[in-house]
Ligand binder design. Structure first.
Ligand SMILES: NC(=O)c1ccc[n+]([C@@H]2O[C@H](COP(=O)([O-])OP(=O)(O)OC[C@H]3O[C@@H](n4cnc5c(N)ncnc54)[C@H](OP(=O)(O)O)[C@@H]3O)[C@@H](O)[C@H]2O)c1
Length: 266
């Protein structure tokens, strides 16, 4: 049966089920879900009446040709070793696990394997899912997976070497930008009579508007800084401070994230 099976109904698994079904890219009879706990399986069945729920990972693997592993990196190999014995070999494994390479998965399942890095912002149909196909993935399977994720946002095909850095931008990015919004809003609250709610509303809306401006005008961030930070003005003082101190902060943060990425799932 050419259905999509999703193993793991956590943050990402539930987001994918919601996204694929709400967007209409998949019908309710084209998705089968399982998760370790009865509670998660029941939650999925309650949220999506009529959806296929498999009692075990093996049951799902017997039913579906495309199998999305939406479990944590440390659980991915355990789930794979559980399901591989009941698979035919012509299935397509789609792994979300950060830090577990194609070669490692292909070592356990010598068939079609794709790594996908989702982003929490797909919940609102925005952001970019990264896709990295293994060498065994045929055109049909590649386009199918790309089409599915295109329904919940943008997709970008990347080589496996670029995946860690691209992950920092697309998948960790929402957390990083949220932290920046929080810091900027917090600093204005500490320095003024703005309420935290006012500051957060302004900072959040400005971040969204800035991204929309850059996307729609095609200007670079440098162009935009040049338009807003006029010589001797208020913005220029802030931007100068950022440019003096932030490169070091960001270099350190990116280096630490890349180091952690390499250790995930090991
Ligand atoms: N969160 C993000 O923003 C993000 C971004 C990019 C990539 N990812 C990747 O996405 C994957 C999932 O992350 P997540 O945030 O969704 O994790 P999560 O919320 O912890 O969800 C993982 C789910 O896997 C289920 N599970 C665990 N062991 C299982 C097993 N042996 N068999 C079947 N189901 C099992 C758990 O089920 P129960 O609840 O039933 O116990 C849990 O619901 C990870 O590999 C992560 O690296 C996450």
């Amino acid at each position: 049966m050419d259905c999509i099976g999703i193993i793991g109904y956590g943050h990402m698994g539930s987001m994918l089920v919601n996204g694929f079904l709400s967007s209409g890219v998949l019908g309710i009879d084209e998705v089968v879900v399982t998760s370790r706990s009865r509670e998660s399986r029941d939650a999925c069945a309650a949220a999506w009446p009529g959806i296929g729920i498999a009692a075990t990972n093996r049951e799902l693997a017997r039913q579906c040709r495309t199998i999305v592993l939406a479990v944590r990196p440390q659980e991915t190999k355990e789930v794979l070793s559980e399901i591989v014995p009941v698979m035919d070999g012509d299935e397509h494994i789609v792994s979300l696990a950060a830090g577990i390479g194609l070669a490692e998965i292909e070592g356990m399942f010598p068939g079609s394997v794709t790594r996908v890095v989702p982003t929490i912002t797909s919940t609102v149909g925005q952001g970019t899912t990264l896709i990295c196909h293994g060498r065994q993935v045929g055109m049909h399977d590649a386009l199918r997976v790309e089409g599915l994720f295109s329904a919940i946002g943008n997709v970008m095909l990347v080589g496996e070497e670029e995946l860690p850095a691209a992950t920092i931008l697309s998948s960790c990015g929402p957390g990083l930008f949220a932290a920046i919004i929080e810091e900027l809003a917090g600093a204005t609250v500490r320095a003024s009579g703005l309420t935290p709610e006012q500051a957060l509303a302004l900072a959040t809306e400005t971040a969204a508007a800035t991204a929309a401006y850059l996307r729609e005008t095609g200007e670079t961030p440098g162009d935009l800084v040049g338009r807003v930070a006029t010589g001797g003005g208020v913005t220029e003082v802030g931007v100068r401070g950022f440019r003096e101190r932030l490169p070091e902060v960001f270099d350190e943060a990116v280096a630490a994230m890349l180091e952690r990425y390499g250790a995930v799932g090991k």
